[in-house]
Write a protein that binds this ligand. Sequence first.
Ligand SMILES: [Zn+2]
Length: 54
Amino acid sequence: MADLHVTPAGDRIAHDTRGECVCGPTQTPVPTDDGTVRFLAVHHSPDGREYGAG
Ligand SMILES: [Zn+2]
């Protein structure tokens, strides 16, 4: 489970930062100074929706 989240600013959909998000975030392992690895979830905006498509 990801500890850190990056979500698109001003996105129209609600991103779930507690469970499975609908955008299918990319999870990237991030080593920390104390030797543990945390997971960074990079969220994606829906393709084209916020650019006036449709
Ligand atoms: Zn998301």
